[in-house]
Design a protein around this ligand. Sequence first.
Ligand SMILES: *[C@@H]1O[C@H](CO)[C@@H](O)[C@H](O)[C@H]1NC(C)=O
Length: 429
Amino acid sequence: MRKAAALASAAMVAAVAVASAVSRQWQRRAVKRLERAGAVLRGLEEGCAAPVELLRQVADAMAAEMRAGLASEGESDLQTIVTHVDSLPSGDETGMFYALDLGGTNFRVLRIQLGGKEQRVIKQDSKGMSIPQHLMSSSSHELFDFVAAALAKFVASESEDCCLPEGTQRELGFTFSFPVKQTSLASGTLIKWTKSFAIDEMVGKYVVAELNMAIKHQGLNMKVTALVNDTVGTLAAGRYVDHDTIAAVVLGTGSNAAYIEHANAIPKWHGPQPMSGDMVINMEWGNFKCTHLPLTEFDRELDAESLNPGEQITLIRSNVPLSKVQTRKLVVDVCEAIATRGARLAAAGIYGIMKKLGRHPDRRSVIAVDGGVYKYYTFFSQCMESTLSDLLGQELASSVVIKPVNDGSGVGAALLAASYSQYRQADEY
Ligand SMILES: *[C@@H]1O[C@H](CO)[C@@H](O)[C@H](O)[C@H]1NC(C)=O
């Protein structure tokens, strides 16, 4: 009995000893692991560093690429797409306008009632719906019939007081968030599907024509008057609330910018000279490349695995389960290193646009900004703004305003339908 007890206690002592050795070893390993992680973190921070001198080079390269992109097609990685949008909302639009925002498994229909300079947005409704899985790989017919039916239902639900005068055609801004080759303000062909869509026969087809046909099929007197990229919609929404808006930047899952260019500074544009003298350019700045970009091994790895290797640098994002406090701290540090770089590069991009346009401190310049990263990640927005101030210098910075704008792909598209309304009096331009 005593022997058994002694054995048991010896076993216990041994177990405790082993356990503490294991735990010491584990701790040592944990410390080693943390040290290693720390070294990786420092490497990442160094790789992500974007000092002001480098940002100035990035901005200069951006301005130069913009010039090259505007000179002729294929001259630059920056596509600088001429959007055909040469008239932005002024704020005095009146009437009821619609938008269709189709960019993924969910889509939205939206209606906005505008009351001119004094009343502005009188009323706004929207309805979100999802696209049934099977329609994403069906036919363009079935897809657009479904969407048009939803539009018809939305219109049918309107109350008497918001009805349009008899015989008036409803006007719709269409935000189609897939790569499109735009051929005029209200037409363009699908270049390729992205996300989970795969309707092969639709590639190369005119998307607006398809939608208009489906709308007609529903017996609805409505027409698409503008085909819009979400970034262009954001610019329109920004311009509606502030006439000094010169550019829009979207910082979300992806990033893009659009700005207002002087029509006579676009050599590759051979269309009619716009009355406003201006043309909106969709920069597609996700394709911007320059040797100064601070890229790390992680970016290269991610790029190699991406949908379009070499085309768009998807700056690393992190998605690590948060467990221990130290791990959590590490994740925060990694996020901040990446976010700081992203925010500083975004600031350099905006500075590049300002340089290209030659903005002076005697004119107010408003940059409309939208996207989850900007809106919900305060660390990012603060870093972007302070970096932009550093780049601009005190005097110019005091004339630049960063303005958060909501829902460019919905409200912005409806506002563009309004600024291009067929019922708009000529003298309003
Ligand atoms: C417009 O926006 C979408 C989504 O933001 C993007 O994927 C697309 O490539 C953009 N550009 C063009 C030219 O269609």
